[in-house]
Design a protein around this ligand. Structure first.
Ligand SMILES: Cc1ncc(COP(=O)(O)O)c(C=O)c1O
Length: 489
């Protein structure tokens, strides 16, 4: 018997059939029971490891035991696809998206370039084009899929700086490229922008934080003043970032006005639409996104509001050549695409940080094609309508206060009680109680200095009844905590 036969990790056909059918059964069971579960099982640190075998097996363990442990892991997870999960920005994965990920993993293509993953590369370039067209950015958009919005934003800022520095920063480093370069974004911009400025060596202090109007949109007059002041001081403004759906309240900055400012001062214009850009598929919201098409680059996460499983972010450009500059691979002989021309020489490593890359496009492509544009748009419109409905319930109740207008699919509010002097603290405790109770899940935001309960509705399973039950859960927690406080006095 050959050594290879003994050591092969391949399995025989019967075992393969068992792995396939038993794993599929588990997925089926999960997807058909998710709505009946608690959003979050009663849990504490260490509970998962206490419930499974933690010794690494020497000779392997039977599949049925492993799948039983998988079930435990699933049971002890927070169910982001539950119809009353409204925390952060998390959408459920479509079933077809989940299976697409399985197919991609079975194929295990490495989408570094056309040569390594010819079919996957073509699919990714197609998916990128579709995403650009879907949000009316560019019917011929270029770009790449990323791990998420943070990575897309970071690549965008790198490209922006390299395009605007006027010096070969790639070789000479930032310290040889002249006075500090500054970028501009509102105080509501996502934290990944400051983090990217830190990682890329621009420095967090060179992210100029611009104040917002009463709707939490960037103040363009303040932006202009700050750019002019920085220029007078010899600094070099290079980029303005607009938000198309802020993480706290979901507002869209005045993108057309930002495009004007960018053109006037010769700045790169990046739009962070990681969460909100798909909101433009709703006819009633389309006007908010006017000017998006003038951005040099746009981030958009299919794993947020296009219901694709994590991870799937995307960075879009009009001009592929502009995006290529920072990622020259002239020193890396071993990956060069010798003997390939034009389309077949295409390499994603010219556009992003990663060399080895997952086949993310399959789940994006399969989700978009399975449902089609209209059904995806309808799901987004329903999320928007449900957020508006939650806003109406809150506004119409004496014991609630709406803290920000509902612009896309985020509703920020708080419970109010005449018996509580500290509403921030009360609402923080309400959030904790609701999260731990497992009926619904809200996260928080600070809105005009107030602690807000925040519901981000990016969930095709949510119904009006789920919104009503969530409000009821918050009200019950608020009443209980207020009673307890009165009792303690
Ligand atoms: C507006 C915005 N930009 C960027 C990000 C970062 O995305 P990711 O978590 O995929 O890195 C988020 C995350 O919620 C976001 O809401």
């Amino acid at each position: 018997m050959s050594l290879r036969t003994q050591s092969s990790l391949d399995v025989n056909e019967d075992d393969l059939r068992q792995i396939s059918s038993e794993s599929t059964k588990l997925v089926f069971e999960y997807l058909t029971t998710i709505s009946e579960r608690q959003v979050r099982a009663e849990n504490h640190a260490g509970k998962t490891l206490a419930a499974i075998e933690t010794e690494l097996s020497g000779d392997g363990r039977p599949l049925d035991q492993l799948l039983a442990e998988c079930r435990t892991v699933m049971d002890l997870s927070r169910h982001n696809g539950h119809p009353r999960f409204f925390g952060y920005v998390a959408s459920p994965s479509t079933p077809v998206g989940a299976y697409a990920d399985l197919i991609a993993s079975a194929l295990n293509a490495n989408i570094t370039c056309w040569r390594s993953g010819p079919a996957g590369t073509e699919l990714e370039r197609l998916a990128v084009r579709w995403l650009g067209a879907l949000i009316d950015y560019d019917r011929d958009a270029k770009g790449l899929l990323t791990s998420g919005g943070s990575m897309a934003n970071m690549i965008a800022l790198l490209v922006a700086q390299r395009r605007k520095s006027g010096v070969d920063t790639s070789h000479q480093g930032l310290w040889n490229s002249g006075p500090p370069m500054t970028l501009y974004a509102s105080e509501e911009v996502h934290m990944s922008i400051a983090k990217a400025a830190d990682i890329l060596g621009f420095g967090r202090d060179h992210v100029r934080v611009i104040g917002c109007d009463e709707r939490q949109r960037i103040r363009v007059d303040l932006l202009r003043q700050k750019i002019e002041a920085d220029r007078r001081e010899g600094l070099r403004p290079f980029c303005v970032v607009g938000s198309a759906g802020t993480v706290n309240t979901g507002v869209v900055d005045p993108l057309a006005e930002l495009a004007e400012v960018a053109a006037e001062f010769d700045l790169w214009f990046h739009v962070d639409g990681a969460y909100g850009a798909p909101g433009s598929l709703d006819e009633g919201k389309k006007h908010l996104f006017a000017g998006l098409e003038r951005a040099d680059s746009v981030s958009l996460d299919p794993h947020k509001w296009l219901y694709v499983p994590v991870d799937a972010g995307c960075l879009l450009f009009h001009d592929a050549d502009a995006a290529r500059v920072p990622f020259s691979t002239e020193d890396a002989d071993y990956i060069k695409t010798h003997g390939y021309a034009d389309e077949e020489a295409f390499a994603f490593w010219d556009y992003g940080v990663e060399l080895s890359r997952r086949f993310r496009a399959l789940k994006v492509w399969m989700t978009l094609q399975y449902y089609g544009r209209r059904r995806i748009a309808a799901a987004i419109s329903e999320d928007i309508a449900l957020a508006a409905y939650m806003g109406e319930l809150v506004s119409g109740a004496d014991d609630f206060e709406l803290l920000a207008p509902v612009e896309l699919s985020i509703c920020c509010f708080r419970y109010v009680s005449a018996h509580s002097a500290d509403l921030d603290q009360l609402n923080e405790r309400i959030m904790e109680m609701v999260q731990k109770g497992g009926r619904a899940y809200l996260s928080n935001a600070t809105v005009n200095g107030k602690f807000a309960l925040r519901a981000c509705i990016t969930n095709f399973r949510t119904t009006k009844a789920d919104i009503e039950e969530t409000i009821a859960a918050v009200r019950e927690a608020g009443e209980l905590l207020t009673q307890r406080r009165k009792g303690a006095k």
